[in-house]
Design a protein around this ligand. Structure first.
Ligand code: SAM
Length: 228
């Protein structure tokens, strides 16, 4: 069987039906095949003992790889049109985000997110965590209005035309909050509100980025760019 990482909360010895189907139908797993199982805290080499479904496995050897950023990174991301949030959740998970908090702002076109879409985004976070070797699957939360964003100790706000660069403002040792606006941008009073909440406006260069590109560029500067 090709190398595979399966998400199995609690490392209970039994895979979910979704993970079992992937192992059986895509990877054609057989009894005795080895693969990796992980949850939020642990990762282990496992061996298939029963095809079920559900697939049952036994743990062979536990590992504790360090793949997390080391501080909490929360992304406050305006709701976007179509399926663009999926792109954000996938990339943000790879880049080490702890939590994605969708926001409803003045210029967001969608003003809500259905239960089905939220579940899909959660599934994308699980897939991206698996693919990137992370143990911790980021939370994807239901949207909140911008005015419900709590005060933050260290926040960066991607804002077109801001004067400061990420490197001038970022304190890599501190838990971090990031904010990115919708296709139409944040309204000026929303920018002021976020500043009052502790977010410092930063530039992401001279070009206008799509919101999803901006989110990943900002995260990349704060995590990958710091080697974390
Ligand atoms: N006309 C809108 C404006 O001026 O805000 C453009 C919005 S842009 C398509 C969507 C979001 O991406 C923005 O709200 C901002 O958070 C972020 N963004 C895009 N380009 C950026 C840049 N060069 N610097 C900082 N943030 C940027």
């Amino acid at each position: 069987m090709r190398p595979h990482r399966a998400y199995s909360p609690g490392l209970t010895g039994v895979l979910s039906l979704r993970e079992s189907r992937h192992l059986l139908e895509v990877l054609r797993a057989q009894v005795g095949d080895r693969f990796t199982v992980f949850d939020a805290e642990r990762e282990a080499l496992a061996e298939v003992v029963d095809l079920g479904p559900p697939v049952r496995y036994r743990l062979l050897e536990e590992r504790r790889p360090e793949r997390e950023v080391g501080v909490e990174v929360v992304l406050y991301m305006a709701l976007l049109k179509g399926d663009k949030l999926a792109e954000v959740v996938r990339g943000a998970t790879e880049l080490g985000v702890t939590r994605v908090q969708p926001l409803i702002t003045r210029h967001t076109v969608p003003k809500e997110m259905g239960e089905g879409k939220l579940r899909r985004l959660e599934a994308i976070a699980v897939e991206a965590a698996k693919q990137s070797g992370r143990l911790r699957v980021p939370e994807v939360l239901p949207p909140i209005p911008l005015r419900a964003v709590p005060p933050v100790a260290h926040g960066l706000l991607a804002h077109v035309g801001a004067g400061r660069r990420v490197g001038e403002v970022l304190d890599p040792g501190k838990p971090l909050a990031l904010a990115v606006g919708p296709e139409g941008g944040f309204a000026e009073d929303e920018v002021e509100f976020l500043q009052e909440r502790g977010f410092v406006p930063v530039t992401l260069g001279r070009r206008i980025l799509r919101a999803e590109t901006a989110a990943l560029a900002l995260l990349a500067l704060c995590t990958a760019g710091e080697g974390r």
